[in-house]
Design a protein. Sequence first.
Lengths: 484, 366
Amino acid sequence: MAKEEKRVDPSVAVTEHYFKQLFADQSDFQSKQLFIGGIEYRLFYFDTLIDSSLIQEFILRPLLSRPQEAVRDVVSILDFAETELFDEAVHAVISGKTVLHRNGENRLYLLGADLKKERSINIPTNERILRGANEAFIENLDTNLNLMRKLIASKELIVKTYTIGKLSQTKIAVMYIKSIADSSIIDKLDQRLKSIDIDYVEAPGFIDELIREKKFSLFPQLLITERPDRARAYLMEGKVVVSTAGSPDTIILPVTFWSFFQSPDDYHSSWLVGSTFRLLRLFCFLITIGLPAFYVSVSSFNPQLLPINFVNTLQSSLKYVTFPPFVETISMMLLLEILREATIRLASPVGQTIGVVGGIVIGTVVVQSNLVSNTMVIVAALTGLASFVIPSYEMSSAVRLLSYPAILLSSFFGLLGLAIFFMFICIFLCQMSTMGVPYFTPPFSIKDTKDTLLRAPVWSIRNRPAETAPHNQTRLRRPRSWKR
Amino acid sequence: MRKEEHITGRQLISLTVMAQLGTEVLSLPHVGATTAGHDTWIAVLLSGMAAQLGIILIWWLGSHYPKRNFYAYTSQIVGKPIGILINLIYGTYYAFSGLLITALYTDILKRWMFSLTPRWLILLMLLIICGYAATSTLKKLAYISQSFMLFPVICFLLIAFSGVYGFDAKNLLPIVSDGWSPILKGIYAAYSAYIGYDLLLYAYPYVQTQSKKKLLWTMSIANACTIVFYVVVCLVCSTMFSLKQLIVIPEPIVFILKNYKVQILQSVDILFLIFYVSVVAATVYVYFFMAAKAFMHLRSGGMGKQHIWVWVIVCACFIAGFFMTKRNDLLQVAAFQDQLSIFLVVGLPVILLIISGLRGAGRRGV
């Protein structure tokens, strides 16, 4: 070590001088002088970070009552540490600990009496489901870890913490199941997390962009969730969960394309129903990308594709519309996006107006004034709805953005452009990989479709996905053996 | 050079089938009718058998060098300068074949749908998408082919069930009416439709199967799928159209699909032609991939990067595409390419096999 580590001096005055100098500008830094039983004590703390009643109760009172005994025996606080180095003490003070110095001892006591301010555990707001657990992660990392530990009461659940952010010193917890997860993935993640050298971390966005494989991919490469039960399900597949202090959103990696279409609800309903809904979501994925583009190509390029009656209806609705279908579609899709953004940003009492403005004023009047055709409004509404069916917000936004290039290509080449665009997406997905795991693998055998395209019955999914859990695959032993 | 990842037998099947199926599905019944007459389907079937022999040949050659791909062992068989020359020839051949197939498909698209769109624009778009796919590794390429497999399956079902609109089995009779010589000509004409199995030249060392025999078995399954596809297409066309009609119509399948009358889709044929782009692209990107790999093996340590080679090939093909615009020119070039491909896919491997056998025998003698 190049830097000389400053050791603690037995005299409290020296320590006080050191701290006072370091925190000269900090008005909330306190240094309290105490004389108990003839010995001089000093308490150093930030009064905005500590819980004063805890200090009264568990530090001062015991000290007063038994002044002759050693500090470690007297103080009844669980989070208790000793140090001989100033650097460590400084770090502890900043992170909310109280530092105690007894005159004549060349060590400092770091006492965790920090003020815990956290909101209570709420129901998930962004990932609603019908059945199953209703707990969501919160901003406090310890609470989140507590939730996970309670869900998986096993010694196999490993929690590794990292500190990232030169200034913010944000704690990050990496969780995985030791006997299932692939160690190469853990190593890769470890290497990538350690390489992050940044002033502060905004989770999950910063971490996502700093550790993701493909820099310019529109598709999300990490799954973000606020549901502990979902995190558990992925942990059990050998995936890794990364939780960050200060953010209720945890990251799950490495995920595949199919993970973005899974929802906890699938596993709580009958497998036939679950499979149908899974297929529905995938269908909505295709609709979101393709429907506006399909409309453009059919109305301006390949009207012969559809039955004559339908084409007549379509053309009659287009009769008085001045703009070409391309402009019409792009503007309606933009409008949809504006409405969506406005609904998120608006305060909830005002949010009601959006419905009126968006739905009635724009929807109806735009058609009545012949700016946009009837069919286009249906197409735009359907596309918007379909995009919100996709359970992951990141995926649904990515997919909605993808519809624009599709519209552009269709306006040049009609349906061929759309087909080429779908091929492009397919090639792109096939080439992508996250943490060395292929992102998109076409479900080519029944085994591959079990938890991807479909939600197979629980008793038939005996194995974990091979990519993330290569060594310990069996997850279900002797299913329904009571029947035999 | 990047190390190639292993692929599974299943992936090899889809790669091979997709590489074999190309524009021939559309034109084969017409080409067959002009040479083999009623017996197109027999010619196509026999041609598939011949292709099976070709597969065995390549497999045999590959099994001499189970750790290396074709481009790496050419110079081992015939020495460095000739080996490099052979790689160069293969690279050029694959790039050229890729271009030809793209041009043929562009021609079909232009005649059926895009009479006003400039030819080069369609060609460019197709080349770019194929080039983009060809930049991936063999494994990723297999994933792409697997995803595109959906379309041939749908196409096959559409074609096979078009028979419900009435066919005339009498069109098939009489069998072998003019002796075997037209059928032999038909076999030659249809052989080019099966080209694509030569992917095994490169892929041999990277396939994960239990044994060498299993690998041959896998390839045979792939070839069998292609045979079934082609034979069914030819049977459907021959029964639906008379011989005279088939000689006039260049793409009979499209007409057959026009028959479909679904309430919500007026013309299935347009959809078919458009989504057929995935089948064509799957052939072309395999060719571009093979070409890029051939150029990369010009030096034993690896020359250049794969994606750079691919984009160089795409640019070259795009420029060359301006010289292949007339349909007659295209057909002439295609006829030349047929001869070339038979020489390169069958002839040259035979020669290499003989040489390697002789040298192996010589070495054993010492």
